[in-house]
Ligand binder design. Structure first.
Ligand code: COA
Length: 538
């Protein structure tokens, strides 16, 4: 046993100040989540009731096994974008349990502009499908959508990662053998008609569900034909005549129970077995993380104190503890699942990058999932370090992170700046899931540094031209907007709004969220058959 002995003084002023700051941040997170989940206009709510439809949350409640976790993803997607009311980008997505089986779910929210699809909504659906493909999760779509949000149609239609990709992905998922089941609980208009059409099984609600390439207004405009939505694409037509849908449901509740039945009928697949241990609680209360993470990113703390509150029994077998001390690596278990953890304890030096590379290879060869606790300002810079080859050592770490094929998970616990984002498995390095804490900040570099670079570049240019350097006022004119943009765009809510993560979580839930994430990942083979590395520059 290598139990971490905490040295945190929970009575100290610093602890108290950190605790207060994180508590406020978590309070704000809860407020924003509840606004996104619950605040809807009276008009939208009464329209739902008139149509005898369930709310999207009630639909999920009826769909999922009782008393099982729903790992919601992208809950604050589109936060603050558009008119600030396109909560969750107009849909709910997550990994839930149906008849004991983990399933990826994507459900439109008809109370947000008729469930229409905004640009961030497309991004969210594509993320849903990427997760389903990586983790081989059967996917359920609950469709209730007016299709493209027409005023922004150019931003969601033609590009490689726009609307068409949703149906392309459905074809690829089908080819991969990932079951897709759709419940038509509202409109599936135009492109959206392909969601049911490309699914394996379609359940269609009579009276409210309709599928058509062109809705009644378009048909009237194009051909003069006057036809109701039910006649043009209702359940009776599609279940009895066209064959587009497979099962007819009388109402939402029946449709949801039919989806459950379709999932129950799917052939059972075996999850990848990991060498599990009996789960144990950490020796220290996970809520103490609030008092450990500094109220300001600049103030360092020991990441082992976080690890002690995440892992079973606070038991952490640290790898190379005396070498490359700015990166802490080691083996542990979370709810019994074996994990290899990498956590930042400062800037990345050559030694820390080399240690990371070796550790990632070890975990990859042994089939141990990787967890990155990212709090990084970047790799060390300066003449001596360049001469020592920091770039080629950083490259080895980036190469290993990119090519390791065991499931990777990233938690943005603090800073994420520069190439440190890459080495510590940022979004572009395909962690299966990526979570943020409310304290997270991100950017190519900090705002102060970015502004400083631009001032230096301008002064160098002026010197070349024989001009006097910038005045203080001119310096401010350059610095202020750059720093303001960095502050706004570096914020955790900006990140989550743009789906650079899968959600902001309460730090004390991290252990549970990671365990659920690992569990979902085990539905896919642990490693792909293209295991191996590229060329490491020596
Ligand atoms: N683009 C932009 N806004 C749309 C929209 C679209 N495709 N479809 C609906 N909306 C808006 C409405 O203007 C309304 O906005 P408001 O609340 O600010 O007034 C809101 O969504 C709700 O629409 P409403 O018609 O009042 O609700 P409903 O529940 O009765 O019907 C739909 C919802 C989606 C069935 C219906 O609005 C509809 O048929 N939309 C057009 C669908 C279509 O032809 N889409 C083609 C796009 S590919």
């Amino acid at each position: 046993m290598a139990v971490i002995k905490s040295t945190v003084d929970t009575k100290s002023d610093a602890y108290r100040k950190n605790f207060e700051t994180m508590s406020e941040r978590v309070g704000l997170l809860k407020e924003r989540l509840s606004e996104a989940r619950e605040t809807r206009s009276e008009k939208a709510k009464s329209r739902l009731a008139e149509q005898n439809k369930l709310s999207v949350r009630e639909r999920l409640y009826q769909l999922l096994d009782r008393n099982t976790p729903f790992l919601e993803l992208g809950a604050l997607a589109a936060y603050g974008q558009y008119d600030g009311k396109v909560h969750g980008a107009g849909s709910v997505m997550g990994i839930g349990v149906i008849h004991g089986r983990e399933v990826m779910i994507h459900a439109n929210d008809p109370t947000i502009k008729g469930g229409t699809v905004y640009p961030m909504g497309v991004k969210k659906t594509l993320r849903c499908q990427a997760i389903a493909m990586e983790n081989r999760l059967p996917t359920v779509y609950l469709i209730d959508s007016g299709g493209a949000f027409l005023p922004l149609q150019s931003e969601i239609f033609p590009d490689i990662d726009d609307g068409g990709r949703v149906f392309y992905n459905q074809a690829m998922m089908s080819k991969m053998g990932i079951p897709q089941i759709t419940a038509v609980m509202g409109l599936c208009t135009a492109g959206a008609a392909y969601i049911p059409a490309m699914s394996d099984e379609v359940i269609h609600v009579k009276g409210t569900g309709a599928i058509f390439l062109g809705g009644p207004p378009l048909v009237k405009a194009a051909t003069g034909e006057v036809v109701s939505a039910e006649e043009l694409g209702g359940a009776d037509l599609h279940c009895r005549k066209s064959g587009v849908s497979d099962y007819q449901a009388e109402n939402d509740a029946q449709a949801l129970s039919m989806v459950r039945e379709s999932v129950r009928q799917l052939p059972r697949t075996k999850k990848h077995p990991l060498a599990m241990e009996a789960p144990k609680e950490p020796l220290y209360d996970p809520e103490e993380i609030y008092g450990i993470t500094s109220h300001a990113l600049k103030i360092p703390y020991d990441v082992r104190e976080i690890i002690a509150r995440l892992v079973d029994g606070s038991d952490f077998h640290e790898f190379k503890p005396l070498y490359g001390p700015t990166l802490v690596c080691g083996f542990a278990h979370i709810y019994g699942y074996p994990v290899g953890i990498l956590g930042n304890n400062g800037i990345l030096f050559s030694e820390s990058a080399l240690k990371a590379t070796q550790f990632i290879q070890l975990c990859d060869k042994r089939g141990i999932p990787l967890v990155f606790l990212q709090n990084i300002n970047g790799y060390i810079i300066g003449k001596a370090y360049e001469a020592q080859g920091i770039t080629k050592d950083g490259h080895k770490m980036v190469n290993a992170v990119a090519t390791a094929t065991v499931p990777k998970f990233t938690v943005m616990v603090g800073a994420s700046f520069g190439a440190g984002n890459y080495g510590m498995c940022g979004r572009a390095y395909s962690p299966r899931l990526l979570w943020s804490w409310p304290s997270h900040e991100i950017g190519v570099m900090g705002g102060e540094q970015a502004a400083g670079v631009l001032v230096t570049v301008k002064n160098d240019q002026l010197a070349r031209e024989g001009q006097p350097p910038l005045t203080d006022e001119m310096v401010d004119q350059i610095k202020v907007p750059v720093m303001e943009a960095a502050r706004k765009e570096g914020d955790a809510y900006y990140s989550t709004s743009h789906l650079w993560d899968d959600g902001i979580i309460d730090p004390k839930d991290t252990r549970t969220v990671l365990a659920l994430s690992i569990s979902a990942a085990l539905n896919a083979p642990l490693r792909d058959d293209k295991e191996g590395y590229g060329v490491f520059r020596m």
